[in-house]
Design a binder for this molecule. Structure first.
Ligand SMILES: Cc1cc2nc3c(=O)[nH]c(=O)nc-3n(C[C@H](O)[C@H](O)[C@H](O)COP(=O)(O)OP(=O)(O)OC[C@H]3O[C@@H](n4cnc5c(N)ncnc54)[C@H](O)[C@@H]3O)c2cc1C
Length: 301
């Protein structure tokens, strides 16, 4: 992607190198959760955008599914360590339980599949493992700062900060605009997003507050609370969502999503050829797998 941008604009544009980097970060890197150097030139060509605007689920996504799934036996806190195919059965080993079934739907994130924290016995087919290696797992981290009152313009959705290095604390959302709460939200993506995961909370907040004071004035008060994500270090995620790395094609995603022996079925955002990297992509991939399993059941009858 970086090469494609510099080829398109290099030396022929009135846009400064800084502005170009800033725009690429804002329009591409913050959205695809990766540095331009990590992305395929056509990364944006994968999947459409939903025609409607964004929605914020105050209270979390759980409320969407809570009623619908109340009749199922859902067990949380079960870390799957091994997926074994034994004859016609699949044996799932968690840290303290074993579950035997005839089919499983695997939705663990691509980042976790890359680490091989979950062992497959027998191993997944070579081309499926190659697809897991080839697809990128991105990083987009958030820092929420809560204040005791709003001291910034309330009527705008967010702020762009022309930081010395484009993309470092450049993108801020005004949560008061959406929720009425005195909260600012900063995003950091790609390499810088990964870098700040290694810093202490207090240092991250100090760094962010220096930027807030640069934008809003030195009188800005200290936050009364904060929340920091570290998606890359999270052992249940190992990144925020997948991205299209150079060489990835729709076929790569289809290979990742291909069922194994009609026993293992794969869903989740990284397996979605429509709307990858999103909640709706993950949801639609679940519907695809449900369809695959019911077709398989019909054909066995
Ligand atoms: C900062 C950020 C902003 C985003 N913004 C948007 C947005 O605006 N719009 C949008 O549509 N999407 C957005 N996304 C992407 C969206 O959140 C994901 O695409 C979506 O959650 C993926 O769903 P999933 O079911 O594939 O994976 P996940 O939601 O990651 O679910 C995977 C589950 O597997 C579990 N798991 C992992 N390892 C194991 C194991 N060994 N055993 C058992 N369970 C395991 C995890 O705990 C997790 O519950 C954003 C993501 C981030 C991080």
């Amino acid at each position: 992607m970086a090469e494609a941008v510099s080829h398109r604009f290099g030396g022929r544009s009135s846009v400064s190198a800084y502005d170009l980097d800033f725009l690429v970060n804002y329009l591409v890197e913050q959205s695809l959760a990766a540095d331009a150097e990590e992305l395929a030139a056509d990364a944006f060509a994968f999947g459409d955008e939903f025609p409607e605007g964004d929605r914020l689920f105050l209270g979390g996504y759980e409320q969407v599914f809570r009623d619908r799934f109340s009749q199922f036996d859902i067990r949380t806190g079960q870390r799957v360590a091994k997926v074994r195919q034994v004859g016609a059965e699949v044996v799932l080993e968690t840290q303290n339980e074993t579950h035997v079934t005839d089919r499983v739907v695997i939705t663990i994130p691509l980042g976790v599949l890359k680490t091989r924290d979950v062992q497959f016995d027998p191993p997944l087919p070579d081309d499926q493992r190659a697809a897991i290696g080839q697809l990128g797992m991105g990083c987009l981290n958030k820092l929420y700062l809560r204040f005791d009152h709003v001291f910034w313009p309330e009527d705008v959705e967010g702020f762009l900060y022309r930081s010395p290095v484009p993309g470092q604390w450049s993108l801020w959302l005004n949560q008061a605009f959406y929720t009425g709460q005195p909260i600012l939200l900063a995003f950091n993506a790609g390499g810088f997003g990964r870098e700040i995961e290694r810093r202490l909370d207090a240092d991250v907040v100090d760094e962010a507050m220096a930027v807030v004071r640069m934008m809003m004035g030195s009188q800005a008060p200290d936050p009364i609370a904060h929340q920091i994500t570290r998606w890359n270090s999270d052992p249940f995620s190992r990144g925020s969502y997948s991205f299209i790395a150079p060489g990835v094609t729709t076929g790569t995603i289809q290979t990742l999503a291909r069922p194994v022996n009609n026993r293992l079925f794969f869903a989740g955002e990284a397996t979605a050829t429509d709307f990858p990297s999103t909640v709706h992509g993950a949801y639609l991939s679940g519907r695809r797998v449900a369809e695959q399993i019911s077709q398989d059941q019909i054909s066995r009858w």
